[in-house]
Design a protein around this ligand. Structure first.
Ligand SMILES: Nc1ncnc2c1ncn2[C@@H]1O[C@H](COP(=O)(O)OP(=O)(O)O)[C@@H](O)[C@H]1O
Ligand SMILES: [Mg+2]
Length: 608
Protein backbone atom coordinates (compact mmCIF):
# COMPACT_ATOMS: atom_id res chain seq x y z
CA UNK A 1 0.00 0.00 0.00
CA UNK A 2 3.02 2.31 0.19
CA UNK A 3 3.07 3.62 -3.37
CA UNK A 4 -0.48 4.51 -4.20
CA UNK A 5 -1.18 6.15 -7.55
CA UNK A 6 -1.88 9.86 -7.61
CA UNK A 7 -5.57 10.61 -7.22
CA UNK A 8 -7.57 11.02 -10.44
CA UNK A 9 -10.77 12.40 -9.01
CA UNK A 10 -11.39 15.93 -7.76
CA UNK A 11 -11.45 16.53 -3.97
CA UNK A 12 -14.70 15.96 -2.08
CA UNK A 13 -16.78 19.09 -1.66
CA UNK A 14 -17.86 18.62 1.96
CA UNK A 15 -20.07 21.70 2.13
CA UNK A 16 -21.93 20.54 -0.96
CA UNK A 17 -22.45 17.08 0.54
CA UNK A 18 -23.78 18.62 3.74
CA UNK A 19 -26.28 20.70 1.78
CA UNK A 20 -27.29 17.67 -0.25
CA UNK A 21 -27.88 15.63 2.92
CA UNK A 22 -30.03 18.39 4.36
CA UNK A 23 -31.94 18.64 1.08
CA UNK A 24 -32.68 14.89 1.07
CA UNK A 25 -33.54 14.95 4.75
CA UNK A 26 -36.00 17.82 4.36
CA UNK A 27 -37.42 16.21 1.26
CA UNK A 28 -38.37 12.98 2.99
CA UNK A 29 -40.02 14.90 5.82
CA UNK A 30 -42.23 17.02 3.60
CA UNK A 31 -45.79 17.18 5.02
CA UNK A 32 -47.01 14.66 2.43
CA UNK A 33 -44.97 11.82 3.89
CA UNK A 34 -44.03 13.28 7.27
CA UNK A 35 -46.01 10.77 9.36
CA UNK A 36 -44.92 7.81 7.26
CA UNK A 37 -41.31 8.73 7.78
CA UNK A 38 -41.83 9.33 11.51
CA UNK A 39 -43.43 5.90 11.86
CA UNK A 40 -40.51 4.30 10.00
CA UNK A 41 -37.99 5.92 12.32
CA UNK A 42 -39.93 5.15 15.49
CA UNK A 43 -40.42 1.54 14.37
CA UNK A 44 -36.72 1.27 13.69
CA UNK A 45 -35.99 2.44 17.23
CA UNK A 46 -38.58 0.08 18.73
CA UNK A 47 -37.33 -2.92 16.73
CA UNK A 48 -33.76 -2.35 17.88
CA UNK A 49 -34.69 -1.88 21.53
CA UNK A 50 -36.99 -4.91 21.59
CA UNK A 51 -34.74 -7.31 19.72
CA UNK A 52 -31.28 -6.21 20.61
CA UNK A 53 -31.70 -4.95 24.19
CA UNK A 54 -34.86 -6.06 25.95
CA UNK A 55 -35.02 -9.66 24.69
CA UNK A 56 -31.38 -10.32 25.76
CA UNK A 57 -32.15 -8.65 29.09
CA UNK A 58 -35.08 -11.04 29.69
CA UNK A 59 -32.73 -13.83 28.75
CA UNK A 60 -30.33 -12.69 31.45
CA UNK A 61 -33.16 -12.67 33.99
CA UNK A 62 -34.16 -16.17 32.96
CA UNK A 63 -30.61 -17.49 33.35
CA UNK A 64 -30.17 -15.82 36.72
CA UNK A 65 -33.48 -17.30 37.83
CA UNK A 66 -32.77 -20.89 36.75
CA UNK A 67 -29.06 -21.14 37.62
CA UNK A 68 -29.58 -21.98 41.31
CA UNK A 69 -32.53 -24.32 40.60
CA UNK A 70 -32.29 -28.09 40.50
CA UNK A 71 -34.91 -29.94 38.47
CA UNK A 72 -37.45 -31.45 38.62
CA UNK A 73 -39.23 -28.11 39.31
CA UNK A 74 -42.38 -27.51 41.30
CA UNK A 75 -45.35 -26.28 39.29
CA UNK A 76 -45.24 -22.70 40.73
CA UNK A 77 -41.53 -22.34 39.94
CA UNK A 78 -42.10 -23.72 36.45
CA UNK A 79 -44.83 -21.11 36.11
CA UNK A 80 -42.28 -18.36 36.85
CA UNK A 81 -39.82 -19.84 34.35
CA UNK A 82 -42.54 -20.05 31.74
CA UNK A 83 -43.48 -16.44 32.45
CA UNK A 84 -39.87 -15.31 31.85
CA UNK A 85 -39.85 -17.36 28.66
CA UNK A 86 -43.06 -15.64 27.49
CA UNK A 87 -41.46 -12.25 28.08
CA UNK A 88 -38.66 -13.16 25.66
CA UNK A 89 -41.22 -14.25 23.09
CA UNK A 90 -43.16 -11.04 23.71
CA UNK A 91 -40.19 -8.82 22.86
CA UNK A 92 -39.42 -10.89 19.79
CA UNK A 93 -42.99 -10.37 18.59
CA UNK A 94 -42.84 -6.61 19.33
CA UNK A 95 -39.62 -6.40 17.33
CA UNK A 96 -41.24 -8.34 14.51
CA UNK A 97 -44.26 -6.03 14.41
CA UNK A 98 -41.97 -3.00 14.33
CA UNK A 99 -40.03 -4.54 11.41
CA UNK A 100 -43.27 -5.15 9.51
CA UNK A 101 -44.18 -1.50 10.16
CA UNK A 102 -40.84 -0.37 8.75
CA UNK A 103 -41.17 -2.34 5.54
CA UNK A 104 -44.78 -1.39 4.94
CA UNK A 105 -44.33 2.29 5.62
CA UNK A 106 -41.12 2.41 3.61
CA UNK A 107 -43.14 0.81 0.84
CA UNK A 108 -45.83 3.50 1.21
CA UNK A 109 -43.49 6.47 1.27
CA UNK A 110 -40.08 5.86 -0.30
CA UNK A 111 -41.29 5.23 -3.83
CA UNK A 112 -43.35 8.43 -3.63
CA UNK A 113 -40.37 10.40 -2.36
CA UNK A 114 -38.27 9.16 -5.28
CA UNK A 115 -41.07 9.96 -7.72
CA UNK A 116 -41.42 13.52 -6.43
CA UNK A 117 -37.67 13.96 -6.34
CA UNK A 118 -37.38 12.94 -9.99
CA UNK A 119 -40.31 15.14 -10.96
CA UNK A 120 -38.71 18.07 -9.20
CA UNK A 121 -35.42 17.48 -11.01
CA UNK A 122 -37.12 17.34 -14.40
CA UNK A 123 -39.13 20.47 -13.63
CA UNK A 124 -35.89 22.21 -12.70
CA UNK A 125 -34.17 21.02 -15.88
CA UNK A 126 -37.02 22.49 -17.94
CA UNK A 127 -36.37 25.91 -16.45
CA UNK A 128 -32.88 26.00 -17.88
CA UNK A 129 -32.52 27.90 -21.07
CA UNK A 130 -30.96 27.19 -24.39
CA UNK A 131 -27.32 27.68 -23.39
CA UNK A 132 -27.61 25.04 -20.66
CA UNK A 133 -28.82 22.38 -23.07
CA UNK A 134 -26.27 23.47 -25.66
CA UNK A 135 -23.51 22.79 -23.13
CA UNK A 136 -24.80 19.57 -21.51
CA UNK A 137 -24.53 16.00 -22.62
CA UNK A 138 -28.05 14.68 -22.91
CA UNK A 139 -27.04 11.13 -22.00
CA UNK A 140 -25.35 12.22 -18.85
CA UNK A 141 -28.42 14.22 -17.74
CA UNK A 142 -30.55 11.12 -18.15
CA UNK A 143 -28.08 9.01 -16.17
CA UNK A 144 -27.86 11.64 -13.44
CA UNK A 145 -31.60 11.65 -12.97
CA UNK A 146 -31.61 7.90 -12.47
CA UNK A 147 -28.73 8.12 -10.01
CA UNK A 148 -30.47 10.66 -7.80
CA UNK A 149 -33.30 8.25 -7.02
CA UNK A 150 -30.92 5.37 -6.27
CA UNK A 151 -28.76 7.58 -4.10
CA UNK A 152 -31.74 8.80 -2.13
CA UNK A 153 -32.98 5.26 -1.41
CA UNK A 154 -29.55 4.12 -0.24
CA UNK A 155 -29.16 7.11 2.03
CA UNK A 156 -32.62 6.61 3.45
CA UNK A 157 -31.90 3.00 4.44
CA UNK A 158 -28.46 3.78 5.84
CA UNK A 159 -29.44 6.83 7.85
CA UNK A 160 -32.99 6.24 9.04
CA UNK A 161 -32.48 2.54 9.75
CA UNK A 162 -28.91 1.34 10.07
CA UNK A 163 -27.27 4.35 11.69
CA UNK A 164 -30.23 4.93 13.97
CA UNK A 165 -30.13 1.37 15.28
CA UNK A 166 -26.35 1.58 15.71
CA UNK A 167 -26.76 4.65 17.91
CA UNK A 168 -29.29 2.79 20.03
CA UNK A 169 -27.04 -0.23 20.41
CA UNK A 170 -24.15 1.98 21.49
CA UNK A 171 -26.38 3.66 24.08
CA UNK A 172 -27.71 0.28 25.31
CA UNK A 173 -24.25 -1.15 25.77
CA UNK A 174 -23.16 2.03 27.52
CA UNK A 175 -26.10 1.88 29.91
CA UNK A 176 -25.57 -1.84 30.57
CA UNK A 177 -21.89 -1.40 31.31
CA UNK A 178 -22.66 1.56 33.53
CA UNK A 179 -25.39 -0.32 35.38
CA UNK A 180 -23.46 -3.51 36.00
CA UNK A 181 -19.91 -2.29 36.33
CA UNK A 182 -19.26 1.48 36.45
CA UNK A 183 -15.44 1.15 36.50
CA UNK A 184 -15.56 -0.50 33.04
CA UNK A 185 -17.02 2.69 31.53
CA UNK A 186 -13.74 4.50 30.96
CA UNK A 187 -11.93 1.70 29.08
CA UNK A 188 -15.10 1.08 27.05
CA UNK A 189 -15.29 4.72 25.95
CA UNK A 190 -11.59 4.77 25.08
CA UNK A 191 -11.98 1.60 23.08
CA UNK A 192 -15.02 2.95 21.20
CA UNK A 193 -13.25 6.20 20.33
CA UNK A 194 -10.22 4.28 19.16
CA UNK A 195 -12.40 2.02 17.03
CA UNK A 196 -14.22 4.90 15.36
CA UNK A 197 -10.99 6.86 14.83
CA UNK A 198 -9.15 3.93 13.27
CA UNK A 199 -11.99 2.93 10.98
CA UNK A 200 -12.64 6.52 9.86
CA UNK A 201 -8.96 6.95 9.06
CA UNK A 202 -8.84 3.76 7.03
CA UNK A 203 -12.15 4.48 5.28
CA UNK A 204 -10.85 7.85 4.17
CA UNK A 205 -7.85 6.12 2.60
CA UNK A 206 -10.10 3.66 0.84
CA UNK A 207 -12.64 6.24 -0.25
CA UNK A 208 -10.11 8.03 -2.42
CA UNK A 209 -9.56 4.90 -4.45
CA UNK A 210 -13.28 4.22 -4.62
CA UNK A 211 -13.87 7.67 -6.06
CA UNK A 212 -11.04 7.21 -8.51
CA UNK A 213 -12.53 3.90 -9.45
CA UNK A 214 -15.99 5.23 -10.25
CA UNK A 215 -14.53 8.13 -12.19
CA UNK A 216 -12.24 5.85 -14.18
CA UNK A 217 -15.11 3.47 -14.75
CA UNK A 218 -17.04 6.26 -16.51
CA UNK A 219 -13.88 7.11 -18.39
CA UNK A 220 -13.52 3.53 -19.62
CA UNK A 221 -17.13 3.61 -20.82
CA UNK A 222 -16.64 6.99 -22.46
CA UNK A 223 -13.44 5.87 -24.19
CA UNK A 224 -15.18 2.81 -25.53
CA UNK A 225 -18.24 4.81 -26.62
CA UNK A 226 -16.02 7.32 -28.39
CA UNK A 227 -14.25 4.54 -30.29
CA UNK A 228 -17.50 2.90 -31.23
CA UNK A 229 -19.09 6.11 -32.55
CA UNK A 230 -15.95 6.96 -34.48
CA UNK A 231 -15.60 3.44 -35.75
CA UNK A 232 -15.59 4.53 -39.38
CA UNK A 233 -12.90 7.17 -38.86
CA UNK A 234 -10.73 4.68 -36.98
CA UNK A 235 -10.99 2.15 -39.81
CA UNK A 236 -10.41 4.70 -42.52
CA UNK A 237 -7.25 5.94 -40.87
CA UNK A 238 -6.12 2.48 -39.78
CA UNK A 239 -5.71 3.59 -36.16
CA UNK A 240 -7.19 0.50 -34.44
CA UNK A 241 -3.98 -0.20 -32.58
CA UNK A 242 -3.70 3.29 -31.11
CA UNK A 243 -7.33 3.22 -30.02
CA UNK A 244 -6.76 -0.13 -28.33
CA UNK A 245 -3.73 1.31 -26.54
CA UNK A 246 -5.80 4.25 -25.31
CA UNK A 247 -8.43 1.90 -24.01
CA UNK A 248 -5.90 -0.38 -22.34
CA UNK A 249 -4.26 2.54 -20.59
CA UNK A 250 -7.50 3.82 -19.02
CA UNK A 251 -8.62 0.30 -18.25
CA UNK A 252 -5.33 -0.37 -16.49
CA UNK A 253 -5.74 2.70 -14.31
CA UNK A 254 -9.27 1.64 -13.46
CA UNK A 255 -8.04 -1.81 -12.47
CA UNK A 256 -5.31 -0.32 -10.28
CA UNK A 257 -7.73 1.83 -8.35
CA UNK A 258 -10.01 -1.19 -7.95
CA UNK A 259 -7.12 -3.21 -6.51
CA UNK A 260 -6.18 -0.44 -4.10
CA UNK A 261 -9.81 -0.13 -3.03
CA UNK A 262 -10.05 -3.86 -2.36
CA UNK A 263 -6.70 -3.82 -0.59
CA UNK A 264 -7.89 -1.18 1.83
CA UNK A 265 -11.12 -3.13 2.31
CA UNK A 266 -9.04 -6.06 3.50
CA UNK A 267 -7.13 -3.83 5.92
CA UNK A 268 -10.37 -2.38 7.27
CA UNK A 269 -11.93 -5.80 7.64
CA UNK A 270 -8.94 -7.16 9.54
CA UNK A 271 -8.78 -4.13 11.83
CA UNK A 272 -12.47 -4.26 12.64
CA UNK A 273 -12.44 -7.94 13.52
CA UNK A 274 -9.21 -7.70 15.52
CA UNK A 275 -10.61 -4.84 17.58
CA UNK A 276 -13.84 -6.74 18.10
CA UNK A 277 -12.11 -9.90 19.25
CA UNK A 278 -9.95 -7.88 21.64
CA UNK A 279 -12.94 -6.19 23.28
CA UNK A 280 -15.01 -9.35 23.46
CA UNK A 281 -12.33 -11.51 25.04
CA UNK A 282 -11.34 -8.70 27.37
CA UNK A 283 -14.88 -8.10 28.57
CA UNK A 284 -15.51 -11.85 28.89
CA UNK A 285 -12.43 -12.24 31.04
CA UNK A 286 -13.33 -9.19 33.11
CA UNK A 287 -16.91 -10.38 33.62
CA UNK A 288 -15.79 -13.90 34.53
CA UNK A 289 -13.42 -12.53 37.16
CA UNK A 290 -16.24 -10.41 38.61
CA UNK A 291 -18.39 -13.54 38.64
CA UNK A 292 -15.59 -15.42 40.40
CA UNK A 293 -15.53 -12.66 43.04
CA UNK A 294 -19.26 -13.07 43.39
CA UNK A 295 -20.13 -9.53 42.28
CA UNK A 296 -21.65 -10.46 38.90
CA UNK A 297 -24.26 -13.07 38.09
CA UNK A 298 -23.77 -15.56 35.25
CA UNK A 299 -26.83 -14.05 33.53
CA UNK A 300 -25.12 -10.65 33.40
CA UNK A 301 -21.97 -12.21 31.97
CA UNK A 302 -24.05 -13.73 29.18
CA UNK A 303 -26.05 -10.51 28.71
CA UNK A 304 -22.94 -8.37 28.32
CA UNK A 305 -21.52 -10.84 25.85
CA UNK A 306 -24.70 -10.85 23.78
CA UNK A 307 -24.78 -7.03 23.70
CA UNK A 308 -21.17 -6.93 22.64
CA UNK A 309 -21.71 -9.35 19.78
CA UNK A 310 -24.59 -7.21 18.52
CA UNK A 311 -22.56 -4.05 18.95
CA UNK A 312 -19.58 -5.39 17.05
CA UNK A 313 -21.80 -6.54 14.20
CA UNK A 314 -23.31 -3.08 14.13
CA UNK A 315 -19.88 -1.44 14.10
CA UNK A 316 -18.80 -3.56 11.15
CA UNK A 317 -22.03 -2.46 9.47
CA UNK A 318 -21.15 1.12 10.36
CA UNK A 319 -18.10 0.96 8.11
CA UNK A 320 -20.33 -0.19 5.25
CA UNK A 321 -22.90 2.50 6.01
CA UNK A 322 -20.32 5.25 5.82
CA UNK A 323 -19.12 3.87 2.53
CA UNK A 324 -22.62 3.70 1.10
CA UNK A 325 -23.38 7.22 2.33
CA UNK A 326 -20.29 8.67 0.68
CA UNK A 327 -20.93 6.81 -2.51
CA UNK A 328 -24.56 7.89 -2.65
CA UNK A 329 -23.64 11.50 -2.02
CA UNK A 330 -21.11 11.33 -4.82
CA UNK A 331 -23.68 9.81 -7.14
CA UNK A 332 -26.33 12.43 -6.44
CA UNK A 333 -23.84 15.27 -6.46
CA UNK A 334 -23.95 16.20 -10.14
CA UNK A 335 -27.72 16.49 -10.29
CA UNK A 336 -27.82 18.38 -7.01
CA UNK A 337 -25.39 20.96 -8.37
CA UNK A 338 -27.98 21.58 -11.09
CA UNK A 339 -30.79 21.82 -8.55
CA UNK A 340 -28.88 24.54 -6.74
CA UNK A 341 -28.09 26.40 -9.93
CA UNK A 342 -30.23 29.38 -10.81
CA UNK A 343 -31.52 29.37 -14.39
CA UNK A 344 -30.05 32.28 -16.29
CA UNK A 345 -33.35 33.39 -17.80
CA UNK A 346 -36.47 34.22 -15.87
CA UNK A 347 -39.97 35.22 -16.78
CA UNK A 348 -40.71 38.72 -15.47
CA UNK A 349 -42.31 38.85 -12.00
CA UNK A 350 -45.29 40.76 -13.35
CA UNK A 351 -45.51 39.76 -17.01
CA UNK A 352 -47.29 42.09 -19.41
CA UNK A 353 -50.00 40.80 -21.70
CA UNK A 354 -48.41 40.04 -25.08
CA UNK A 355 -49.37 42.60 -27.72
CA UNK A 356 -47.72 40.85 -30.64
CA UNK A 357 -49.95 41.06 -33.69
CA UNK A 358 -48.27 42.64 -36.71
CA UNK A 359 -44.71 41.47 -36.08
CA UNK A 360 -42.62 44.65 -36.12
CA UNK A 361 -39.15 43.75 -34.83
CA UNK A 362 -36.65 46.17 -33.30
CA UNK A 363 -33.16 45.35 -32.09
CA UNK A 364 -32.00 48.39 -30.16
CA UNK A 365 -28.33 48.77 -29.37
CA UNK A 366 -27.95 45.08 -28.67
CA UNK A 367 -24.64 43.97 -27.21
CA UNK A 368 -24.23 40.25 -26.75
CA UNK A 369 -21.57 37.64 -25.99
CA UNK A 370 -22.17 33.98 -25.07
CA UNK A 371 -19.98 34.12 -22.00
CA UNK A 372 -18.81 37.21 -20.22
CA UNK A 373 -15.20 36.51 -21.15
CA UNK A 374 -15.97 35.44 -24.74
CA UNK A 375 -15.60 37.78 -27.65
CA UNK A 376 -18.76 39.78 -28.35
CA UNK A 377 -20.94 38.42 -31.14
CA UNK A 378 -22.76 41.75 -31.41
CA UNK A 379 -21.27 44.94 -30.07
CA UNK A 380 -24.01 47.40 -31.04
CA UNK A 381 -26.65 45.88 -33.25
CA UNK A 382 -29.56 47.98 -34.49
CA UNK A 383 -32.08 46.36 -36.80
CA UNK A 384 -35.65 47.41 -37.60
CA UNK A 385 -37.91 45.04 -39.46
CA UNK A 386 -41.29 46.29 -40.60
CA UNK A 387 -44.48 44.31 -40.08
CA UNK A 388 -44.93 41.77 -42.83
CA UNK A 389 -41.47 42.37 -44.24
CA UNK A 390 -39.66 39.35 -45.63
CA UNK A 391 -36.01 39.61 -44.72
CA UNK A 392 -33.09 37.45 -45.76
CA UNK A 393 -30.15 37.24 -43.39
CA UNK A 394 -26.88 36.48 -45.14
CA UNK A 395 -23.29 36.24 -44.04
CA UNK A 396 -20.31 33.94 -43.61
CA UNK A 397 -20.71 31.19 -41.02
CA UNK A 398 -20.03 32.48 -37.54
CA UNK A 399 -21.23 35.98 -38.41
CA UNK A 400 -24.06 35.80 -35.88
CA UNK A 401 -27.13 34.83 -37.92
CA UNK A 402 -28.27 32.03 -35.61
CA UNK A 403 -27.42 34.15 -32.59
CA UNK A 404 -29.70 36.88 -33.90
CA UNK A 405 -32.55 34.37 -34.11
CA UNK A 406 -31.87 32.96 -30.63
CA UNK A 407 -31.99 36.46 -29.18
CA UNK A 408 -35.28 37.12 -30.94
CA UNK A 409 -36.72 33.92 -29.44
CA UNK A 410 -35.23 34.99 -26.09
CA UNK A 411 -33.16 31.86 -25.61
CA UNK A 412 -30.65 34.31 -24.21
CA UNK A 413 -30.73 37.91 -23.05
CA UNK A 414 -28.43 40.59 -24.46
CA UNK A 415 -25.88 42.08 -22.05
CA UNK A 416 -27.20 45.51 -22.91
CA UNK A 417 -29.75 47.03 -25.23
CA UNK A 418 -33.08 45.32 -25.84
CA UNK A 419 -35.39 43.74 -28.36
CA UNK A 420 -38.95 44.86 -29.08
CA UNK A 421 -41.77 43.27 -30.99
CA UNK A 422 -44.63 45.61 -31.90
CA UNK A 423 -43.18 48.13 -29.50
CA UNK A 424 -43.17 45.75 -26.53
CA UNK A 425 -39.93 44.56 -24.94
CA UNK A 426 -39.76 40.79 -25.24
CA UNK A 427 -38.34 40.41 -21.73
CA UNK A 428 -41.49 41.99 -20.27
CA UNK A 429 -43.73 39.10 -21.33
CA UNK A 430 -43.65 35.39 -20.55
CA UNK A 431 -41.26 33.33 -22.65
CA UNK A 432 -44.08 30.97 -23.59
CA UNK A 433 -46.23 33.94 -24.74
CA UNK A 434 -43.38 35.25 -26.86
CA UNK A 435 -42.62 31.93 -28.52
CA UNK A 436 -46.29 31.23 -29.18
CA UNK A 437 -46.14 34.10 -31.65
CA UNK A 438 -43.11 32.86 -33.55
CA UNK A 439 -42.91 29.90 -35.93
CA UNK A 440 -39.36 28.70 -35.98
CA UNK A 441 -37.54 26.08 -38.01
CA UNK A 442 -34.09 25.60 -36.48
CA UNK A 443 -30.89 24.69 -38.24
CA UNK A 444 -30.85 21.15 -36.85
CA UNK A 445 -34.40 20.19 -35.97
CA UNK A 446 -35.03 17.19 -33.73
CA UNK A 447 -38.11 15.01 -33.67
CA UNK A 448 -39.86 13.31 -30.78
CA UNK A 449 -40.02 9.56 -30.68
CA UNK A 450 -43.76 9.84 -31.35
CA UNK A 451 -45.92 9.53 -34.45
CA UNK A 452 -45.32 11.81 -37.42
CA UNK A 453 -48.75 13.28 -36.75
CA UNK A 454 -47.81 14.22 -33.19
CA UNK A 455 -44.56 15.70 -34.41
CA UNK A 456 -46.28 17.87 -37.00
CA UNK A 457 -49.13 18.91 -34.70
CA UNK A 458 -46.79 19.74 -31.83
CA UNK A 459 -47.51 23.47 -31.94
CA UNK A 460 -51.24 23.02 -32.68
CA UNK A 461 -52.23 19.77 -30.92
CA UNK A 462 -55.90 20.23 -31.88
CA UNK A 463 -55.28 20.54 -35.61
CA UNK A 464 -57.69 18.50 -37.74
CA UNK A 465 -56.74 16.03 -40.44
CA UNK A 466 -57.45 18.49 -43.23
CA UNK A 467 -55.01 21.05 -41.87
CA UNK A 468 -52.37 18.37 -41.30
CA UNK A 469 -52.78 16.97 -44.82
CA UNK A 470 -52.38 20.47 -46.20
CA UNK A 471 -49.04 21.14 -44.53
CA UNK A 472 -47.89 17.63 -45.37
CA UNK A 473 -48.58 18.43 -48.98
CA UNK A 474 -46.91 21.85 -48.81
CA UNK A 475 -43.79 20.42 -47.25
CA UNK A 476 -43.68 17.66 -49.88
CA UNK A 477 -44.01 14.86 -47.38
CA UNK A 478 -47.03 13.17 -48.98
CA UNK A 479 -45.06 10.73 -51.06
CA UNK A 480 -42.87 9.63 -48.19
CA UNK A 481 -45.77 9.29 -45.75
CA UNK A 482 -47.88 7.29 -48.19
CA UNK A 483 -45.13 4.69 -48.35
CA UNK A 484 -45.13 4.18 -44.57
CA UNK A 485 -47.02 1.20 -43.14
CA UNK A 486 -49.10 3.31 -40.80
CA UNK A 487 -48.93 6.61 -42.64
CA UNK A 488 -49.09 9.62 -40.37
CA UNK A 489 -49.33 7.37 -37.34
CA UNK A 490 -45.94 5.76 -37.94
CA UNK A 491 -43.56 6.25 -35.05
CA UNK A 492 -40.42 8.27 -35.69
CA UNK A 493 -37.15 6.93 -34.34
CA UNK A 494 -35.75 3.73 -32.96
CA UNK A 495 -38.66 1.39 -33.45
CA UNK A 496 -40.33 3.36 -36.21
CA UNK A 497 -38.77 4.82 -39.27
CA UNK A 498 -35.47 6.57 -39.49
CA UNK A 499 -35.72 9.88 -41.30
CA UNK A 500 -32.95 11.40 -43.36
CA UNK A 501 -31.75 14.92 -42.57
CA UNK A 502 -33.89 16.33 -45.37
CA UNK A 503 -37.00 14.44 -44.26
CA UNK A 504 -36.56 15.62 -40.68
CA UNK A 505 -36.31 19.16 -41.93
CA UNK A 506 -39.51 18.75 -43.90
CA UNK A 507 -41.37 17.52 -40.83
CA UNK A 508 -40.05 20.53 -38.93
CA UNK A 509 -41.18 22.78 -41.75
CA UNK A 510 -44.64 21.22 -41.73
CA UNK A 511 -44.75 21.76 -37.98
CA UNK A 512 -43.92 25.44 -38.42
CA UNK A 513 -46.36 25.81 -41.30
CA UNK A 514 -49.19 24.51 -39.15
CA UNK A 515 -48.55 26.94 -36.32
CA UNK A 516 -50.36 30.20 -36.83
CA UNK A 517 -47.92 32.87 -35.74
CA UNK A 518 -47.35 36.41 -37.01
CA UNK A 519 -43.58 35.88 -37.19
CA UNK A 520 -41.85 33.16 -39.17
CA UNK A 521 -38.16 32.38 -38.73
CA UNK A 522 -36.27 29.93 -40.90
CA UNK A 523 -32.67 29.24 -39.90
CA UNK A 524 -31.10 27.24 -42.72
CA UNK A 525 -34.43 25.44 -42.79
CA UNK A 526 -33.85 24.00 -46.20
CA UNK A 527 -30.12 23.31 -46.01
CA UNK A 528 -30.43 19.51 -46.05
CA UNK A 529 -32.82 19.43 -48.97
CA UNK A 530 -31.79 18.77 -52.52
CA UNK A 531 -32.11 21.76 -54.82
CA UNK A 532 -35.28 20.56 -56.49
CA UNK A 533 -37.31 20.02 -53.33
CA UNK A 534 -35.93 23.25 -51.96
CA UNK A 535 -37.40 25.15 -54.88
CA UNK A 536 -40.77 23.46 -54.35
CA UNK A 537 -40.75 24.20 -50.65
CA UNK A 538 -39.78 27.79 -51.31
CA UNK A 539 -42.99 28.09 -53.26
CA UNK A 540 -44.99 26.76 -50.36
CA UNK A 541 -43.21 29.21 -48.09
CA UNK A 542 -44.22 32.07 -50.37
CA UNK A 543 -47.81 31.39 -49.39
CA UNK A 544 -46.94 31.03 -45.75
CA UNK A 545 -45.01 34.31 -45.68
CA UNK A 546 -48.01 36.32 -46.81
CA UNK A 547 -48.96 38.73 -44.04
CA UNK A 548 -46.24 37.48 -41.74
CA UNK A 549 -42.96 39.03 -40.80
CA UNK A 550 -40.39 36.56 -42.05
CA UNK A 551 -36.70 36.10 -41.40
CA UNK A 552 -34.94 33.64 -43.65
CA UNK A 553 -31.37 32.47 -43.19
CA UNK A 554 -30.18 30.40 -46.10
CA UNK A 555 -26.94 29.39 -47.70
CA UNK A 556 -28.34 29.18 -51.18
CA UNK A 557 -28.76 32.80 -52.11
CA UNK A 558 -31.27 31.94 -54.78
CA UNK A 559 -33.77 31.32 -51.99
CA UNK A 560 -33.05 34.73 -50.55
CA UNK A 561 -32.98 36.71 -53.76
CA UNK A 562 -36.72 37.22 -54.08
CA UNK A 563 -37.31 38.48 -50.54
CA UNK A 564 -38.17 42.13 -49.82
CA UNK A 565 -34.89 42.94 -48.15
CA UNK A 566 -31.50 41.41 -47.55
CA UNK A 567 -29.29 42.13 -44.56
CA UNK A 568 -25.66 41.07 -44.81
CA UNK A 569 -23.89 40.36 -41.55
CA UNK A 570 -20.16 40.10 -41.06
CA UNK A 571 -18.59 39.50 -37.67
CA UNK A 572 -21.73 40.74 -35.96
CA UNK A 573 -22.06 43.95 -37.94
CA UNK A 574 -24.47 44.89 -40.71
CA UNK A 575 -22.30 45.51 -43.72
CA UNK A 576 -25.01 45.71 -46.37
CA UNK A 577 -28.76 46.24 -46.30
CA UNK A 578 -31.10 46.50 -49.27
CA UNK A 579 -32.97 44.61 -51.96
CA UNK A 580 -31.37 41.97 -54.12
CA UNK A 581 -30.89 44.28 -57.08
CA UNK A 582 -29.62 47.16 -54.92
CA UNK A 583 -27.00 44.89 -53.37
CA UNK A 584 -25.96 43.44 -56.69
CA UNK A 585 -25.37 46.94 -58.01
CA UNK A 586 -23.31 47.75 -54.96
CA UNK A 587 -20.84 45.01 -55.95
CA UNK A 588 -20.02 44.31 -52.31
CA UNK A 589 -19.94 41.15 -50.19
CA UNK A 590 -23.43 40.02 -51.24
CA UNK A 591 -22.73 40.51 -54.91
CA UNK A 592 -19.55 38.50 -54.76
CA UNK A 593 -21.19 35.69 -52.77
CA UNK A 594 -24.10 35.63 -55.18
CA UNK A 595 -21.93 35.61 -58.29
CA UNK A 596 -19.76 32.84 -56.88
CA UNK A 597 -22.79 30.65 -56.37
CA UNK A 598 -24.25 31.55 -59.73
CA UNK A 599 -21.03 30.53 -61.43
CA UNK A 600 -21.40 27.18 -59.79
CA UNK A 601 -18.27 27.57 -57.74
CA UNK A 602 -20.11 26.51 -54.60
CA UNK A 603 -22.11 23.96 -56.48
CA UNK A 604 -25.60 25.37 -56.53
CA UNK A 605 -25.47 27.20 -59.79
CA UNK A 606 -28.20 25.03 -61.27
CA UNK A 607 -30.79 26.49 -58.91
CA UNK A 608 -32.10 29.22 -61.18
N1 LIG B 1 -23.51 28.18 -27.64
C1 LIG B 1 -22.45 28.96 -27.96
N2 LIG B 1 -21.51 29.24 -27.02
C2 LIG B 1 -20.46 30.05 -27.32
N3 LIG B 1 -20.26 30.60 -28.52
C3 LIG B 1 -21.16 30.36 -29.50
C4 LIG B 1 -22.30 29.53 -29.27
N4 LIG B 1 -23.01 29.48 -30.42
C5 LIG B 1 -22.34 30.24 -31.32
N5 LIG B 1 -21.24 30.77 -30.78
C6 LIG B 1 -20.29 31.69 -31.45
O1 LIG B 1 -20.97 32.87 -31.79
C7 LIG B 1 -20.58 33.31 -33.09
C8 LIG B 1 -21.81 33.43 -33.99
O2 LIG B 1 -22.35 32.14 -34.20
P1 LIG B 1 -23.70 31.87 -35.00
O3 LIG B 1 -24.69 32.90 -34.62
O4 LIG B 1 -24.06 30.44 -34.79
O5 LIG B 1 -23.21 32.09 -36.49
P2 LIG B 1 -23.94 31.75 -37.86
O6 LIG B 1 -25.29 31.22 -37.57
O7 LIG B 1 -23.95 33.04 -38.57
O8 LIG B 1 -23.07 30.75 -38.55
C9 LIG B 1 -19.56 32.31 -33.59
O9 LIG B 1 -18.28 32.88 -33.36
C10 LIG B 1 -19.78 31.10 -32.75
O10 LIG B 1 -18.58 30.41 -32.54
MG1 LIG C 1 -26.17 29.34 -37.95
Amino acid sequence: MSTSPSSDSPPIDKALHRRLLIYFFKFQFRPKYFWFRVIVMLSSIIATIAWDVLAPYQFKKLIDYITPLTPPLEATIWNDVFHLFLMIVFFYVIGLIARVCITSFVCLSSALVVRDLENECVEKLQKFSYDFYANSFVGSLVAQLRRVGDAYLNLEVEITENLLSLVIKVIAVGVAIYAFSPPAMLPAIIWALFFIGAISFLLKKKMRHDRDYSMLESKVTATLADSVTNFLTIKVFGREKDELERFKEVNHRKTRSMQYGWGWSAVIFTTQYSLNIIIQTFVLFYALSLWAEGTMTIGTVVFLQMLLVKLSDALVEFGNSVKVIYRSLARAEEMYVLLEQEPTLHDPKRPQKPKISKGKIDFKNVRFSYNDDDQEVFSELDIQIKPGERVGLVGPSGSGKSTFVKLLLRFMDPQSGHIEIDGQRIDKIRQADLRRHISFVPQEPTLFHRSIWDNIAYGEPDADEKAIRKVVKNSYLTEMIDKLPEGLNTLVGERGIKLSGGEKQRVAIARAMLKKAPILVLDEATSSLDSTSEIYIQNAFQNLMKGRTTIVIAHRLSTIARLDRIIVLKEGHIVEDGTHSQLLKKKGLYASLYNNQKDGMIGDGEDE
